[in-house]
Write a protein that binds this ligand. Structure first.
Ligand code: NAP
Length: 359
C-alpha cells in the first residue's frame, strides 16, 4: 500500500509518519509541504534520519493533481484545505483519511461553529472515522473524516450510557483539558511556552467546535439505541442531545483528560455502571476500562492509541462521572487515522499500534 502524507511537517502528520515508520506492509511514498518543498525530510525532521522516509524530499501540494500509484492519502492540514484537495484525490481513485473538521459536519453547522464557509463538495459521502461505532462503514469508505481529539475522547466516554438509554442526554457536561500540541505547530501568543507553563486556562468556553460533533454522534446513537428493559415507558427516548463543553489548555505537550457528568434516569449501582462499560468495550482493542475507582491517568496513554476510562458513581446526585483520557496525537489524531487505515485496507486493526505508553 502506497501512502501520500499531506501536512507532513505538522504535529499530526509527523506523528502519523512516526507510527508508519517501521511498517513493512506500507510505503510512505510522498510527503507534502509547500513551505519546505524540495528540502530533504531528514534535514527538517532529524528524527527520521536513517529511515526510508528520511531519504525523501518534501513535495509541493500542487502535485496532488497527479500522484502516481498512491492508494491512500492522509491529510493533516488546517481546516478548509482538505475541502479543496479531496475531490482531486478521489478522482484519481485515491482513498482519503482527513484529520480536519472539513467533512465531519453538515456545511451550515460547520460555518456556525468554525466561523468560515467551506467550498462545495459533491463527492462520495464521508464516513465518520470512529471505529468503535462505524467500523463496518469504514471498511468500504472512500473518504474517512477522522474525528476531532476532544470529540473522540468525549464520545468514547459517553457512548455506553447513551446507547443503553440510561442517561439524561439534554444537559451532558464535559470538563476537558488538552496538551498544547492540540493547537498545532504554528506558534501563537496564547500557546507559547511562557503563556502556558505553570498555568491552566479555559478557552472557547461553550463555543468549542467539537461540541456539535459530539452532539451529532450521540444523537445518532440515541436514534439507533439498543432497547432497554423499560423502553415502552421511556418518555425521554427522543430527547435532544445537548453538550456543555469547557475546554482548557494544560501545560503539557500531549494528552487529553476529561470528565463527563452524566445525570441518570434511574437509580443505578456502581457494579451495573462498571459492567455496562466493561461489556460495551470488551472487544475493543483500544479502549481500556479501569477497575472501579481506579482513576484514569493521562500518562498511561501518552504515545499510544489507547483511551483509558474510569467510571465513578455519585449516589447522592444519581450522576455518573466518567473520566477518560487519550493522547490527542494518538487516538485523537494520527493513531486513530492509522487504525482507520488498517480497517479500510483489511489489515489487523492493531497493526503498528500496540506500543506501550512512554511513562
Ligand atoms: N494537533 C492535534 O492534536 C489534532 C488532533 C485532531 C485533529 N487535528 C487536526 O489535524 C489537522 C492538522 O493539525 P496539526 O496539529 O498537525 O497542525 P499543524 O501542526 O499546524 O500542521 C499543519 C500542517 O499543514 C500544512 N499546511 C498546508 N497548508 C497550510 C496553510 N494554508 N496554513 C498552514 N499550514 C498549512 C503545514 O505545512 P507547511 O507549513 O510545512 O507547509 C503543516 O505541515 C488540523 O485540521 C487539526 O484540526 C489536530
Amino acid at each position: 500500500m502506497r501512502i501520500a502524507m499531506f501536512g507532513a511537517t505538522g504535529y499530526g502528520g509527523t506523528e502519523a509518519m512516526r507510527l508508519l515508520c517501521e511498517r513493512t506492509d506500507v510505503e510512505v511514498a510522498w510527503l507534502g509541504s509547500d513551505r519546505l518543498a524540495g528540502c530533504p525530510v531528514a534535514e527538517a525532521l532529524p528524527q527520521f534520519a536513517g529511515t526510508a522516509m528520511g531519504e525523501l524530499r518534501f513535495s509541493p501540494q500542487q502535485e496532488a493533481r497527479e500522484l502516481s500509484q498512491v492508494d491512500v492519502a492522509l491529510l493533516a492540514l488546517p481546516h478548509g484545505e482538505a475541502r479543496m484537495l479531496v475531490p482531486t484525490l478521489l478522482q484519481q481513485g485515491i482513498r482519503v483519511i482527513d484529520f480536519s473538521g472539513d467533512f465531519r459536519l453538515p456545511d451550515d453547522v460547520y460555518a456556525a461553529w468554525y466561523g468560515s464557509e467551506l467550498g462545495a463538495y459533491d463527492g462520495p459521502s464521508p464516513v465518520y472515522g470512529l471505529p468503535e461505532v462505524y467500523r463496518e462503514a469504514i471498511v468500504g469508505a472512500q473518504l474517512v473524516a477522522n474525528p476531532g481529539c476532544y470529540a473522540t475522547c468525549a464520545e468514547l466516554a459517553l457512548l455506553p450510557l447513551v446507547e443503553s438509554g440510561l442517561a439524561l442526554t439534554d444537559r451532558l457536561m464535559i470538563d476537558a483539558k488538552s496538551g498544547v500540541s492540540g493547537a498545532g505547530k504554528k506558534p501563537s501568543s496564547g500557546t507559547h511556552f511562557v503563556e502556558v507553563q505553570e498555568s491552566v486556562r479555559a478557552y472557547k468556553v461553550g463555543a468549542h467546535q467539537h461540541t456539535p460533533e459530539i452532539e451529532q454522534v450521540l444523537a445518532a446513537t440515541v436514534r439507533r439505541r439498543r432497547p432497554c428493559a423499560n423502553d415502552e415507558m421511556d418518555a425521554t427516548a427522543d430527547a435532544p442531545v445537548q453538550v456543555l463543553l469547557t475546554t482548557q489548555l494544560l501545560p503539557v505537550k500531549r494528552g487529553i483528560y476529561l470528565t463527563a457528568y452524566v445525570p441518570l434516569k434511574e437509580e443505578m449501582s456502581a457494579e451495573t455502571l462498571q459492567s455496562l462499560y466493561e461489556e460495551r468495550y470488551r472487544e475493543e482493542p483500544f479502549v481500556r476500562i479501569n477497575p472501579y475507582g481506579a482513576s484514569a491517568e493521562m500518562r498511561h496513554v501518552i504515545g499510544t492509541n489507547l483511551c483509558e476510562i474510569s467510571v465513578h458513581l455519585d449516589r447522592r446526585t444519581q450522576t455518573a462521572l466518567i473520566v477518560a483520557t487519550i493522547d490527542n496525537l494518538g487516538k485523537g489524531a494520527a493513531g486513530q487515522a492509522i487504525q482507520n487505515l488498517n480497517v479500510m485496507f483489511g489489515r489487523s486493526e492493531t497493526l503498528g499500534l500496540s506500543m506501550l505508553p512512554w511513562m
